[in-house]
Design a protein around this ligand. Sequence first.
Ligand SMILES: O=C(O)CCC(=O)C(=O)O
Length: 274
Amino acid sequence: MQVSSRSSDWLDRTLAAVRDAGCAVVKDVLSERQLEVTRAAMYRVRDAIFSSVGADRLRRSGELGVLRLMMQFDTHFFSLLELTPMLAVVDGTVSPTATLHLQNGLLLRSAERDPDRAAARPAPPFHRDFPRVLNRYLMSINCMLALDQFTNANGATRVVLASHQQTDPPDLSDLERRAVSIECPVRSMIVFDSTLWHAAGINRSGADRLAINHQFTRAYLKPQIDYVRALGDKTVLGLPEKTQQLLGWYTRVPASLEDYYRPESERLYRRGQG
Ligand SMILES: O=C(O)CCC(=O)C(=O)O
């Protein structure tokens, strides 16, 4: 299901498709300007992460094309957490108190320019980003921004429709047989239930395929990275309140009795989170 964020019923249709098929595409989520700035920032951050972590360590982890914690390297990435359609989907699925689990830049290189992938792991494996099913209660949602047109040729994400919220894992050949590529225009947002089986495709286009995957969860789950500690109180306090919520400002864990017995208005963990 593909729908433009400019249509009046896009949210209802998106939420219904995510519930029934596990996945939907919302078009026209980023402006041309946001696209241009985000793409340029991703390459700068890629270089900064290379210098900071080291190519060897990234290669050993199979993460040469995965950019984690981009917000620490470029404040532009905070602004993506203010995208109205993305926030509407988060609020409508994992609730207005949800938190960010991850924001990962995905720089899928073309296979012939990526000897690691071509040699060792030609096809990215199918997986679920949230591999637990809790009586079909939605715990986690993904919003992946397409910074290129997604095509079969450049490794569009492959999904197995209606494979979400299943307790028994399907066998691999079944996943391969049922998988469809999410071909969609650049500036779209692919929304999927995080229990949906999916995998990156193989990029054979000769150029990088850029995307940013966001995963949001109910507020009482742990994020992949403790964003408040990683970014620092001063930085987080300078951000809009909704961004603070997403980064876990209202779900910090007290580390002392001093913290625990703060007056309610200053508590690190707000009531009603989740
Ligand atoms: O790059 C893609 O198309 C898929 C990425 C993915 O599977 C993930 O980030 O969990």
